[in-house]
Design a protein around this ligand. Sequence first.
Ligand code: HEM
Length: 224
Amino acid sequence: MGWTKQFFNSSIGKKFAMALSALFLLIFLLQHFAINVTSVFSEATFNGISHFMGTNPLIQFVIQPILLFGIVFHFVMGFVLEFKNKNSREVNYAMNKGSANSSWMSRNMIYSGLVILLFMGVHFYDFWIPELTFKYVEINPSDPNRYHHELLEKFHDPIRVGIYCLAFILLALHLLHGFQSSFQSMGVNHRKYTPTIRKLGNAYAILIPFGFIFIALFHYINSL
Ligand code: HEM
């Protein structure tokens, strides 16, 4: 076991673990978008999928706890690595004009990450906590047709929709650097594959967050 502990105590190991949690969250976000975009096209499909996900024991008691661990791990490790880097960056900055070598997105990952974290707080308050309360606190009788209606309720309020859309723009900026840098931290760095990963990353970083903006604005405009 010694070498694993040694590896994850090293900064390369921490970056590797950070990239692993990032890839897990990228997969979560893709499935989360795929589920929520059905709310635009078909009430029955959205209710069907949400009820399956909301009542499936494997998803509720295995995958969801792993997801929450992945989210907490990603944010905590993000802060740990940022403060470690911050100290070393201050030394380097004088030597090689840091801004010349890195993008705005890469230098501000901690700030875009913080906005996403604040969004998660609002989002959990809006969706996840009511869901847990409905099922495990109030123990209401199961209603497979309630999800679409509950979702539409949240998109009447222009302030909430504005906060969501702003958070999704910062999510796009976070992913524009985060997607490809997580592959680099995993050691996937090859002149044959890296250009494709970069293109895929840019497409993901634009399409998924702006897809979420489309969902939020679609429901808001329809609620007017
Ligand atoms: C318009 C965009 C979005 C909609 C309509 C939406 C909708 C929902 C709904 C209905 C739930 C409750 C699911 C349940 O547990 O029954 C949920 C949970 C959650 N959402 Fe979102 N979401 C959106 C965007 C996002 C984004 C951008 C993120 C991440 C940055 C995110 C992260 C989560 C997480 C982590 C949970 C709790 C775990 C889960 O239950 O799946 N959501 N969302």
